[in-house]
Design a protein around this ligand. Structure first.
Ligand SMILES: Cc1cc2nc3c(=O)[nH]c(=O)nc-3n(C[C@H](O)[C@H](O)[C@H](O)COP(=O)(O)OP(=O)(O)OC[C@H]3O[C@@H](n4cnc5c(N)ncnc54)[C@H](O)[C@@H]3O)c2cc1C
Ligand SMILES: Cc1cc2nc3c(=O)[nH]c(=O)nc-3n(C[C@H](O)[C@H](O)[C@H](O)COP(=O)(O)O)c2cc1C
Length: 772
């Protein structure tokens, strides 16, 4: 085969040498516009796994690379005058130039033709080629030429960064955060040879502009950064080797995803590789790894399908299919990490204490969880857990094992919760006339014995016509109130759990069948007239609601107030107002369901006017020592609907009205929604609201393990974790998860005590080989 690699970066060079090594009869040329042994950039970091992969692929170059490595294990954070360090992270640094020189030399050894100082205009410059590798970097000319096939989607990210080197040697991957009068700057610093380190400085666009850095040339930018990071640089100057960049040299990162990676130009197959195909932000330092992995995979595919030109089509197809999965995983992690650095100033840096800030930074990609941190550095993690527990008011002696974050108490107003787990409200459709019956007592009683600190009953209606279905709970008469009193006494008697009521009005989603008879489907008979913010049905066959009048607003508000009074008298500990999921109050908040032309529609203030009025009326009668939360749909997941930006605005309004906590759910507002599900998929909403609005937050949705809950609470992404479906499968979810992670600190109901020892011993036995 005749192969041409356009671009002699890590991708092009490595693919060329791997192919030549496997099949010396290939005719391979690498075309590079720069001079031989000349390149931009400083050092790159790898993880230990990359080293294993390249050792298998080409032991010769891997040995040379290994000689040039600088290995270190620690991450250090410099923040608000503190210095914190954790170990066990396994990084390797190498100079970009050094790496490329090794690959170039290896190419020469293997008889790969290297053509330097040649600028390729197009793949058609190589009419004899069978295969053209577009390894020409993020600004790939070849990719742009066939943009219709490759469908590149480039997002220019908002932060600015500049890439320096310095002769100071750092013995840890160091992150240095500095606040100026205009905002935060962060430096990502890592050593890549005996005496040189990469020093990337990053900030937001607004801070960049406020300092006038857009008008600075490179020398002025260096002077600025040297002054800002002087305590860390210790007199070492910063150096640039990007003199080829004109102007300020502060860049924006381009996040790139391509719809396809290969194309047939009529004569040759053209395939994207490395940064030309996808980028991963330097926040997790994986761009070079992806480039090398691409090269390894494509070479492997030729081993599979054969090294003749007739195999190219099949090899390229299989390469793309296989690599897409690994690339997407790294890009997701890199995106999370990148976004963390984009919001760090306004969201975390000003308010968080250094210990929690460090934890948040270490888990920024959401690929590293609490238990991963324990594996890497158990001593550091235990120290952090001790700090976290003490901060939560738990007396832990030095040396004593602290509770994991999810098992620390949390106080809000006069209520102390024993831990951070709550049973999320879940409609059971099992009531008659809105009354609590034996089912609810058994169902909620079991969950109250299961270790969660807060047990919510389902959405409860303040009037018969506020119900979703005829099977929903209500709280509008004395008999219902007596049921709640019985429930509260039961919950309080069997363990440490507190009881929550979620008051809600179904709005346009009311008068529907029990879930198992057709969720959201209108009742065939016995329905009642519906009201909503606007006269818009939920489904095409739903009853059309009437637009709520002011008189109806008064009636509904008064019914909520009466129900709240009854709940307080019954001994309920926590009141949540349901303003999510497309029900009545949600229909005011979302522009998709609120088309009103009066003062209750239009702007955020108008859309929130009635929900806030109702909330304030509840807060006025709900005992001042008991907490209140509001459940919001933080994302409508469809065009024209509310987004997390809107949710933040509403969260601030409810906070000002006296809400202690925002329960951060999403969706169910419109049938056109396209939610992006996944592990912890709604947690970013809680994170944002908690840390930008400065209000308590509940994370909910696909939180299914102790490790998830510990990571969320420890990083300050939420104060509580609401667990719904896992609690249907396992009433004692908290007890079981605590035991599973070796922290059996949750009290069992006394009558069950005889089972405890056996249960814990079984877990200890099952875990023993893993730990050994
Ligand atoms: C600030 C910063 C820090 C980074 N840190 C890390 C890190 O720590 N770890 C890590 O793994 N990655 C890191 N990266 C990413 C890394 O540099 C890239 O992901 C990696 O170099 C991609 O390799 P590549 O071969 O695909 O592209 P490149 O390395 O960009 O190589 C492309 C080559 O093609 C040449 N070329 C382009 N067009 C033409 C043409 N028309 N004709 C001839 N030649 C052409 C270019 O001169 C260049 O040499 C970082 C990137 C940045 C911006
Ligand atoms: C059967 C069922 C009923 C639900 N009923 C309610 C409800 O009454 N009020 C509410 O706010 N959310 C309700 N939800 C949503 C849950 O509280 C929770 O937000 C959602 O299930 C995601 O959490 P999970 O992934 O832990 O299940 C219900 C969910 C389920 C599965």
């Amino acid at each position: 085969m005749r192969i041409v690699c356009i671009g002699g970066g890590p991708a092009g060079l490595y693919f060329a040498l791997l192919m030549k090594r496997r099949h010396p009869r290939h005719d391979i040329t690498v075309v590079e516009r720069n001079r031989a042994y000349d390149t931009f950039g400083w050092g790159v970091v790898f993880s230990d796994q990359v080293v294993e992969a390249i050792s298998r692929a080409d032991p010769e170059s891997a040995a040379d690379i290994a000689d040039a490595f600088n290995h270190w294990d620690d991450i250090e954070l410099l923040f608000k005058g503190t210095k914190q360090r954790t170990a066990g992270h396994g990084f390797i640094g190498i100079g970009r130039k050094r790496l490329l020189n090794i690959l170039q030399r290896r190419c020469e050894e293997l008889d790969v033709r290297l053509e330097f100082e040649r600028e390729a205009d197009s793949d058609l410059d190589f009419p004899d080629a069978d295969l053209v590798i577009a390894s020409d970097g993020v600004n790939s000319r070849i990719r742009e030429r066939y943009a219709e096939t490759f469908q590149p989607d480039i997002v220019v990210r908002p932060n600015r960064y500049i890439w320096f080197g310095t002769r100071k040697s750092f013995d840890a991957f160091t992150f240095d955060f500095r606040r100026t009068e205009h905002g935060w700057f962060q430096a990502h610093i890592y050593k890549f040879d005996a005496d040189t380190s990469t020093f990337i400085v990053e900030t937001t666009e607004s801070t960049f502009l406020a300092h006038g850095l857009d008008k600075y040339d490179q020398a002025q930018s260096i002077a600025f950064a040297e002054k800002l990071f002087a305590p860390t640089l210790d007199g070492a100057p910063l150096m640039t080797n990007s003199r080829h960049l004109r102007g300020s040299a502060w860049l924006n990162f381009n996040h790139l995803v391509c719809g396809r990676w290969s194309h047939f130009n009529g004569r040759a197959h053209v395939v994207l590789m490395g940064d030309a195909a996808h980028t991963a932000h330097f926040a997790i330092g994986s761009g070079t790894k992806l480039a090398l992995d691409d090269a390894i995979e494509l070479a492997h595919q030729f081993d599979r399908f054969g090294h003749g030109a007739e195999s190219i089509g099949a090899a390229l197809q299989s390469y793309e299919q296989t690599r897409r999965i690994g690339v997407a995983r790294v890009q997701n992690a890199a995106r999370n990490a990148m976004e963390w650095f984009e919001v760090v100033g306004r969201r975390y840096a000003d308010t968080m204490e250094p210990e929690q800030f460090f934890y948040s930074m270490l888990t920024r990609s959401q690929r590293i969880s609490h238990e991963n941190l324990r594996q890497r550095d158990p001593v550091w993690l235990e120290g952090f857990e001790r700090w976290f527990a003490r901060r939560a008011g738990v007396a832990v002696d030095d040396g004593a094992k602290p509770p994991p974050p999810m098992l620390t108490p949390w106080r809000v107003r006069g209520l102390e919760l024993a831990n951070r787990i709550m049973v999320s409200p879940m409609a059971m459709y099992s009531a008659r006339d809105g009354l609590i019956n034996d089912f609810h007592i058994a169902h909620l009683g079991a969950r109250a014995m299961g270790g969660a600190a807060l047990v919510f009953a389902e959405m409860t209606a303040p009037s018969p016509e506020a119900r979703i279905t005829p099977g929903c709970l209500g709280l509008w008469n004395d008999e219902q109130q007596a049921g709640w009193k019985r429930l509260a006494e039961l919950v309080h008697a069997v363990g440490h759990a507190k009881l929550g009521v979620q008051l809600g009005h179904a709005g346009r989603k009311g008068a529907t069948r029990l879930a198992w008879d057709g969720i959201d489907q209108p009742l065939d008979s016995g329905g009642w007239p519906l009201i909503s913010a606007s006269s818009l049905p939920y489904l095409p066959n739903s009853q059309v609601p009437r637009e709520m009048t002011r008189a109806q607003m008064d009636d509904v508000r008064d019914a909520f107030v009466a129900a709240a009074r009854r709940a307080a008298e019954a001994g309920v500990d926590w009141l949540e107002l349901h303003a999510a999921h497309g029900y009545l109050l949600s229909s005011f908040l979302s522009p998709l369901t609120n088309a009103r032309a009066d003062e209750y529609g239009g702007s955020h203030g108008n859309r929130a006017r009635y929900p806030l009025e109702l909330f304030r009326a509840l807060r006025a009668v709900w005992p001042s020592d008991r907490p209140m939360s509001v459940r919001l749909s933080c994302h409508d997941w469809t065009e024209g609907g509310n987004t997390p930006d809107d949710a933040l605005i509403f969260a601030r309004m409810f906070k000002d009205a006296g809400a202690d906590v925002i329960d951060c759910s999403s969706g169910q507002v419109s049938k056109a929604e396209r939610p992006v599900y996944g592990r912890l998929f709604q947690t970013p909403f809680a994170d944002r609201i908690r840390n930008e609005a400065g209000v308590g937050a509940i994370a909910v949705g696909a939180i299914s393990e102790a490790d998830h809950a510990n990571s969320i609470v420890a990083a300050g992404r939420a104060d509580l974790c609401a667990i719904a479906r896992p609690h249907l499968a396992d009433p004692a979810w908290t007890i079981h998860e605590a035991t599973r992670i070796g922290a059996p600190l949750v009290p069992w109901p006394r009558p069950y005590a005889s089972a405890r020892g056996q249960y814990e011993a079984a877990f200890a036995r099952a875990a023993a080989p893993e730990r050994a």
